[in-house]
Design a binder for this molecule. Sequence first.
Ligand code: FEO
Ligand code: CA
Ligand code: CA
Length: 672
Amino acid sequence: MLGRTHRNRSAVTCHLKCDSACAHPASNTSSEASFAEIASRQLSRRSLLAATGSLAAAAGLPTFLTACTPSEPKGSAGRRESSTGQHAGLDFDPIAPVPDGVDALTVPNGYRWTPILRWGDPLFAHSPDFDPEAPDGRAQELQFGYNNDFLAIMDIDRRGRSALLCCNHEFTNRAIMFPPAASETEERAAFQATMAAQGFSVVELERSGLHQPWRYVRGAPRNRRITARTRFTLTGPAAGTDLVKTAKDRTGRRVSGTFGNCSGSTTPWGTVLSGEENFDAYFITDSAAFGSRRYGLKSKPSVYGWEAIEPRFDATQPDYAAEPHRFGYIVEIDPHDPESTPRKHTALGRFKHEGANLRVDDDGTVAAYMGDDERFEYLYKFVARKKYRRGSSAAARRHNLRLLTEGDLYVARFSGSQQPGNDNLGQGAWIPLTLNGKSAVPGMTHEEVLVFTRAAADRVKATPMDRCEDVQPSPRTGKIYVACTNNRERGEDGKPGPDAANPREINKNGHIIEITERNNRAGATSFSWDLFLVCGDADQAGTYFGGWKGPVAPISCPDNLAFDSVGNLWIATDGAPASISKADGLFRVPLEGDERGHLVQFLAVPYQAETCGPVIHDRDVSVFISVQHPGEEGSWDEQLSYFPDYVPPGAKPAAGAWRGPRPSVVQVTRDA
Ligand code: FEO
Ligand code: CA
Ligand code: CA
């Protein structure tokens, strides 16, 4: 068994998630420069219903609205009211930090947790029962996938009794999912199953009433699995160009599948965006080919071995040399229409996309904020060429569905000399990579910028960051929050040293940057910024919590971000065990007022798990999370987590249960 690395994650997850990127030289060896209210008016529910075509299709509230739905329960325990009688967010007694060896999901007193969907749960009437003893791709593509990450819960009726769950399945861990293969046939079956276990799920939920746990609806009409083989359409300026054509797709517009999907978001027009992140781990390539080194693509067998069953994953073959160019995009999925063809948007660039989060201004300007999650990579913004169109017509929806196919792509350059806690604001610029339908990078064509985006950003001297994960606009203020999860190579010999926006050497614990766009406009080309959190245990030198001087929860490696209905930031972590010896968790921190920076912990996840995809429905006293990779360092014969079924040793599992770790989507609600 691989041991825990000196990095922030276990060696197993490093290998599977990103081909142990931290063990290889950083892809960016460039030594170049290191240096209103959110205006989206609330869509009326009625217009959205019409926009999505039917009542049943009406789940498309944007992220900043879903936190406020469904209709607010009266006199609810678990929600707070301020002295003015206004809703004041979720009421809970923070938990104490949990040591990293505990195989339990810990929630505040008075709350309970319930799994909604577990790996292998049957989604369709004809889905086979979950049986990890016999991996089967056809069965798996009819079941909930593995390692759920990004999560959206979209309400689809007025009473709060029906919802759509949308979820990424980022990666697979064959060693703990299935028994060792006794033959080549069995190993091929395991490859098929892992291909079917990645991608995306859409699943309908129902419940008997407010505050009650959700159940998923087997066989519901909108249930859908998207896998490594689902047909996608490539859109935008690079679609149809030679850079993305293969022998199997002379059009350069039809791509098979998605994988490595990490974080995401919802759009005001009712779709979901999902980021293709560590796609390099899936290919064997010619490492000397242009772009390979810059994306970590290597001339060695892939981490997942899928080239054994599908030749397209062997990009050393001339027929498939461009196949890796067809991954690393933001994908858009319409969860209301199970027959729709999902799309990959080249206009938003190709890199290790953590995700994309939209801000829509009152003049209709649409901006997508995006992080490239690798050491010394960059922060990006896309501004759509056309404006968001309000209204309930089919034409408006058709228009909005095209918004991410053309626009300007920018990368961030930070400057400034401020330290945490002083009054200075840093300054920054959005440097154009594409502008007005053309390349803005000398020596690169438009399509080259969009397919080799990292190389383009190098040329304009963007600021290398400490691994940008979620980049989220606040729905209340429009400020942008950037989770820089960690970078233990910051300041090492030959690597960029600390700068104002990445202020620590050997950054083990990460930080969060707060950006204010110039004139608070989404389309601005400059901004000011400050450090909001410099994470760690508050006893450690150099930590900073937004100016708050009282006690705070220890926190390390911020990853996914979310907002509640009163504007607090919620932070999910990934990597705390290796940095501060605490289980990863979910935290809440106010952004404004006297409590700014007062960070408290809401929950902690089981042994070796990561907290992902928080969704905060505080008005409904509900919090949802994805629990990803519990027991990640185990083996088939020696499992290390039994979450969530917790079948006792020697006991006969109940129907559908298993004595082994199952990544799951969980709802936390107030005790009845
Ligand atoms: Fe999949 Fe950037 O975490
Ligand atoms: Ca992440
Ligand atoms: Ca992460």
